[in-house]
Design a protein around this ligand. Sequence first.
Ligand SMILES: [Zn+2]
Length: 319
Amino acid sequence: MNKKYSIGIDLGGTNLRAALINSQWKIKERIALATSGIREEALKQIEEVIEKLKKKEGDILGIGIGSPGNIDVAEGIIYDAPNIKGWNDVPLKSYVEGKAGLPAFIDNDANMMALAESRLGAGVGAKNIVCLTLGTGVGGALIVNGKLYHGAALTAAEIGHIPVNMNGPLCNCGGRGCLERYVGNRFIVERAVERIEREGGSLIVGLVGGDLGKVTPEIISQAALKGDKLSVEIWNEVGRYIGVAIAGLANLLNPEIVIIGGGVANADFLVFDEIKATIKKRAMRMPAKMVRVVPAKLGGDAGMIGAGILVWEKMVDRL
Ligand SMILES: [Zn+2]
């Protein structure tokens, strides 16, 4: 194989990262852009970064793209992604192949993060991995026997939409009481604000100058680190919800490792300790004993690196 690089692209609702990835899965050139979250602009930006990276290095194997949403990974079609306007039924694979004249592979962004973490991050050496990414949405990925698990309609591993409360609030997905409805950023903030309005007496009030519209997960973390009781309880509760979902997954899949990425800012320990305690309490003995819960290692680059690795693994048989 003479080709020396793949192009890995991680498309998000607010930014796009792209890089040349060599056969050792190292980053050579990288580009980061802000995105508007609108279909036409996203397509144009993808095209532009590919052209720029092709100019840096002519020897390109193919292009991998991680995108939010439900994706037909075989056809390279994005069915829908709520965070990018108009990002429904986008034939991204054929579009990119047509524009760039190179093979393209499309997959879900959480799957790409999981692929990178399993190959060179927190999951190295593990064969059965559950990945969870926390943020506005809650993404998930499964690696079973060393390979990404996609399911029948190729939409598997929506861990954020595991119900953790049968009678819980309605979720965007049409379900009720989904994990994301409790641990998605917006809902963490919503619960904190509700409790402050009801109970008062939190350091958060001072940190936002009395304007509860300014509460963010970062602010709740700041308050928690200063010992604010309500904020500590909020993060512990986040950990409990995640722990309940993972206890179910541990019973179902018996994974060696659960990797948690994304932002709980500096309050990670409050969340992780509670996740571990909940799994111990709720999961069956052997899967609970086996599973390790660890933070992701590769940070914000994971999705982009994973998309680059996807190309290498699809085109050069490494598995
Ligand atoms: Zn849902």
